[in-house]
Design a binder for this molecule. Sequence first.
Ligand code: UDP
Length: 235
Amino acid sequence: MSYKRILLKLSGEALMGDQNYGIDSKRLEQYALEIQRVKEQGVEIAIVIGGGNIYRGVQAEASGIDRVQGDYMGMLATVINAMAIQSALEKHGMYTRLMSGIKMEAVCEPFIRRRAVRHLEKGRIVIFGAGIGNPYFTTDSTASLRAIEVEADVVLKGTRVDGVYSADPEKDPSAVRFEKLSFDEVIQNGYSIMDMTAFTLCQENNVPIIVFDMNKPGNLERLVTGEEQVGTLIS
Ligand code: UDP
């Protein structure tokens, strides 16, 4: 096994599937099964899910809502997605805990680092909702920060593309996919992987990032078992 403890970052938009808003139940089910395959390999799993399918802080300003207020709305959106994932995982018999960056006793535990680590050690899948609980951050920064805090071996950024390319592969047919990049190469070439806050947190704390296609069946398992090179590794 390549990794013992992973932090899986999923964007809220990924949960939309073919819809243009909200949560697609087929996609949710597919993700639950992918996660189950990895869980069965004995890997400890933490998950951060975005909220972009429901609400985004930057949207707020455009619609006349205060930015900070909008960011909190975005954080609450991530809790909705986290609850949906939790439910899908539990339906398949996995043990989970939802921990929130904003206190919400009725639906989730508050984030307490030691407790999160304990859950992981006991084999529970820990989902981190409500971001880090502060405005002006993103769920990518949440993924980096929580990965460092729980000492995850890697941040796995699940996307719709199978890695980092030299150019946009949808526009430029000569674009090539990288198997590996250093943090410096990503910055020098301006490849967009995560926002800078999230990216430098990983860089400074030596947490590798893998960008991979979460929608390709079996990809997550292949990546974690190391049986095949999947996505782009940034280290
Ligand atoms: N957000 C925030 N602080 C955090 C995490 C998220 O303010 O620690 C807000 C922010 O407004 C963001 C929204 O929640 O736009 C939804 O998260 P994000 O856009 O990162 O979700 P994704 O793009 O991954 O779906």
